[in-house]
Ligand binder design. Structure first.
Ligand SMILES: [Fe+2]
Length: 202
């Protein structure tokens, strides 16, 4: 993948802290920007994982969990229509809309190898960690006749080892993300297996 280094290290305006989009506004942005419904599903999945993690594992408030979810929900919003400007476009849109800088920063750092921004906060690191692994677990569910039902961590582990399975999913990014977030890979896989099935195409 081509690099799209963002060449900046500060995102948004500290005065906008706490400002978010409503769920309706976020879904409208996705409807306006993204024609690919699989990509919308991917963002909804990552958003749901982020929100669930914020509540369950970071003990954050419902408002904070929505900020986490929103970062997941919008992180690839510009990928479909502006692949060459991926990340820069959504970052500048959210800056213009005066969205919480922490959310913008998390989106800007979800692919450090591509955008040149290090995931530093917990929100940054969890978005980076969920992104690729969520996609691989979803791909695995599509090849299993029973979908997510009965899926086990060791099955996902096996698919991770098969380089040809979901070959576009970066194993290096998954390893790097777990290290940065100081999370065991098995823990992350189990969390995704538990929370991802409820998010479906609809
Ligand atoms: Fe993504």
């Amino acid at each position: 993948m081509a690099t799209r280094i963002l060449n900046k290290s500060h995102f948004g305006d500290p005065l906008d802290k706490g400002r978010t989009l409503t769920r309706e506004q976020a879904m409208q942005l996705l409807a306006d920007w993204v024609g690919n419904e699989r990509l919308i599903l991917h963002m909804r999945q990552v958003g749901a994982l982020m929100g669930a993690w914020a509540i369950e594992r970071e003990s954050l408030s419902v408002d904070d969990a929505w900020r986490w979810e929103l970062a997941g929900l919008l992180h690839d919003a510009d990928w479909d229509r502006w692949p060459e400007e991926h990340c820069a476009k959504i970052v500048s849109e959210l800056e213009q809309r005066h969205i919480d800088p922490e959310i913008i920063r998390a989106i800007a750092s979800h692919g450090p190898a591509h955008f040149g921004v290090d995931p530093e906060t917990r929100m940054d690191r969890m978005l980076y960690a969920f992104d690729e692994l969520s996609g691989l677990v979803h791909a695995y569910s599509l090849m299993r006749p029973e979908g997510y039902a009965g899926m086990e961590v060791k099955g996902v582990r096996k698919r991770l080892k098969e380089k040809t399975f979901a070959a576009n999913v970066s194993r290096d990014d998954i390893r790097d993300a777990c290290e940065r977030a100081t999370i065991e890979l098995d823990d992350l896989i189990a969390f995704i297996i538990r929370h991802q099935p409820s998010v479906t195409l609809s």
